[in-house]
Write a protein of this length. Structure first.
Length: 125
C-alpha cells in the first residue's frame, strides 16, 4: 500500500497548461478554417448571381424589343454590368447578314473586380 504523502491524484499544473495550449491552438485552426469556408461560400454565391445576371442579360439582348432596347451598362444590387457591342466585318461577302458580337461583363459594384463574362454573336439590327 502506498503512503498518503507520496500518492498523486489529478493533474499537475504543467499538464493542465499544456492541454489548454493544445486546445487553444486547435480552436484557432478550426475558426480559421470555418471563416475561410464562409468566405469561399459567399464568393461562390456572388459568382453564381453574376452568371445568372449575365445569362438573363444575354437572353434580354437576344430578343428584339420595341423602343430603346437594352442599356449598355447598369447595376443590379451589388453587381454592375456592361455590354460591349461590336459589328463583325465580313469582307468576303457584303450582301449577307451582318453579325454583331455581344460581350456582357459582370463585376462587383463595390470593388470593380470582374466576376464573369459572356460573349455571343447575333444578327446585327
Amino acid at each position: 500500500m502506498i503512503p498518503a504523502a507520496t500518492r498523486e491524484d489529478g493533474f499537475s499544473l504543467v499538464e493542465v497548461l499544456v492541454s489548454l495550449a493544445v486546445i487553444a491552438v486547435m480552436s484557432g485552426l478550426l475558426f480559421d478554417t470555418l471563416s475561410r469556408n464562409l468566405r469561399l461560400a459567399q464568393e461562390m454565391t456572388r459568382r453564381r448571381e453574376a452568371v445568372l445576371l449575365a445569362q438573363s442579360l444575354l437572353a434580354e439582348a437576344s430578343v428584339p424589343s420595341p423602343g430603346t432596347g437594352l442599356q449598355d451598362a447598369g447595376r443590379r444590387g451589388p453587381l454592375a454590368w456592361r455590354i460591349d457591342r461590336r459589328t463583325q466585318q465580313d469582307n468576303a461577302r457584303d450582301t449577307g447578314p451582318r453579325l454583331q458580337e455581344l460581350r456582357i461583363r459582370v463585376t462587383d459594384a463595390a470593388t470593380g473586380r470582374p466576376l464573369t463574362s459572356v460573349t455571343t454573336l447575333r444578327l446585327a439590327r
